[in-house]
Design a protein around this ligand. Sequence first.
Ligand code: TNX
Length: 583
Amino acid sequence: VVAGGVAVLAGCTPTPGAAPSGQGLGLVPLPASVEVSGGEPFVLDDGTRVVVDVSAGSAVGQDGAVRVGELLADELRTPTGLGLAVETTRDDGGTEGSTEGDAVVLRIDAGGESWEPHGLLDDPADEAYILEVTEDAVVVSGTTPAGLYRGTRTLLQLLPPEVESPAPADGVAWEVPAVEIADEPRYAYRGAMLDVARRFFPVEDVKRFVDHLADYRLNVLHLHLTDDQGWRFPVDGLPELTDVGGRTQEGWPPGTGGPWSYTPQEYAEIVAYAAERYVTVVPEVDGPGHTLAAQSAIGSLRCDGTPGEPYWGPEVNNPIVCSSDENMPAVRGYLETVLAAVVAQNPGPYVHVGGDEAPDPEEGWYENYAAAANEIVAGHGRTVVGWHQWAQGTTLPAGSLVQYWGVGEHNRPLVGTERETEDVREVRAALAAGADLVMSPADRTYLDMKYDDLTPYGLEWAGRIDLERAYDWDPETELTSTLDPERQVDVAGRVAGVEAPLWSDRSYPDSLTHLPTSTDEFVEPVVYLDHMTFPRLPALAEVAWTAQADRDYAAFEARLVPHAARWDAAGIGWNRVHDVRWD
Ligand code: TNX
C-alpha cells in the first residue's frame, strides 16, 4: 500500500468501514478516503497551467504521464475556453515547468517501477492516486500514469457538470472544492463488455462506450467480436471471415447493408483510444458454440466440409464447430490463424475464448476445441479468459480467468435448477483448476436486462435489474448468499474483478412482432447503448472499485443523482428510471 502511494498522505489512509466524509461531493465510485478541508476552492482561470512533473518517477511512466496531462488539458479546454498550457518537468533537464502557482500538477512518484503498459490487471495499487486541492493548486500524484489518469477522472467529477459539455460553457465558475483524497480500487479488473457481433457498433460508438467506462474508472473493455450473427474482427489470412461473416447482424440478412466489421485501421483506433485511457481491450473470439458466422465463411469448420447458411435470427444454442478428432487439424488451423491475428492486434495480456452455450456437444468435441485454444493462447504468452463453462473437462493454463455469468438463488426459478447446479459445478471446477473469477452474475451485471416494465428493449431471462439490484451485492459472497449448501461456492479471495456485459441481441423495440426489416425499425446502437448503461454502469463501477464496508445503496443514490446533470451536459441518453428520485 505504501508503494501504491496511498499511505503517504498522513490522515488519508483508507480505512474500510470508516464512513468517508466526502459523501456530499457526489463522487462515483466513492474513493477510499475523502477529507473535505474546508479551505477556499481552487479556481481554473486564464493563468492556470497543467504541469506534468515526472522528475521523481520511473522512466516507464514518464511518457504516459505527459499524455495524461495533454488529454486532461484537451478535455478541459473545450468547455472552459481556457488556454491551459501543458508544461513538463523532467529530470533530464528537458522543458522546465514550475509546479509553483496556479497549476494543476500531475506528479509521478517513485515506486511504479514494476508497472508496465498492457500488463496483467492483478495489482490494485497500480491505479492508486492522491488528489490534493488547495486554493493554490491541484496536485494529482501516483506511481503510474494509470493512477494519474484515474485521479484526473475524480478531478473532473469535482468540477461543475458543464465540464462534460462538448461545447464552450459560458458563465461557469470552474471551481474545485478543497479536498484531500487518497484512493485505490478494490479490484484490479473492472470491466464492461460490448457485444458488437449481434449488433454492430461503429468505431465512434465503441469510443463512446470507452468514455463511459473511463469516466467511472473502469479499466477493461471486453469486445464480443464474433457470434452466430456476425464476425467483426479482421483476420489476416482468412478474409472470408469478415467478407462473408460481416454481411449479417441480428435482423439483417445478407444484402441489406454493411459491411459490418472493423478494418485493421479502425480496430487499431479502438485499441489506441482505450489504451490512452488505461482501458485494456479484452478481445473475445467465441467458440465452439456461437460460431455460425464463421461456419458460413469456412466450410471446414463443419463436418460436411461445406459452408453453412448465414444466420441473422435471435436464437442461441446453435450447432457448434465440428471438433471431432478427425476434423481437429482444420479447426486447429482456423484457431491458429485467428488467434495469431487477435494477438497481433491486441497489446493487452488477455484473450477471451468464449466457451458458453455449446449445446450437447458430441463426446470430446468441446474438450478438443478448448485444449487447442488454450494451447495456442498460452503459446503466445497470453492469459486465457473464458465463460465459466470453459473449466469443464479442460485443462486451464496457469493464471486463467473464468467469467461467472450465472444467476443467484433469488432468480433460480427463471433458469431452472438444472442449469444453476451446473453453474456451481463449473465454478468449482474453475477454482480447483486454479483460475480466478471475473464476476458477471447475469441478474446483477447484465446491462442488456430490462430495468423494469418500462424498458423498451432488452431481455429478461435473468430477471429485471433495477439500480438497487445492480448495486447491492458483494462479489465475494454472491455465491454463498444462497441458503442451499449444495449451491454454495466460496469464492472469497479468488475474485479478480467484476464485469458488466452489454449484449445486443434483441436490441430493437419490443413493440416489433417480427425481426427488424429496415434501419428505421432498429433503435440506433448509440441509443440502446446509453439507455441500458446509464444509470447502471456507475453502480457496477462502484461495486468493483469501492470497499464493501464503504458501500451503501442510499448513500450511493444520493451521490449519483447529481451525475444526471453531467450526463445531460455530455449528451448521454440515460434512462430516467422511476425508482430513483432524480430531483
Ligand atoms: C447469454 S452470457 C449469452 C449470450 C446472450 C446473453 C443475453 C453468455 C455467456 N451467453 O449469448 O447474448 O445471454 O443476455
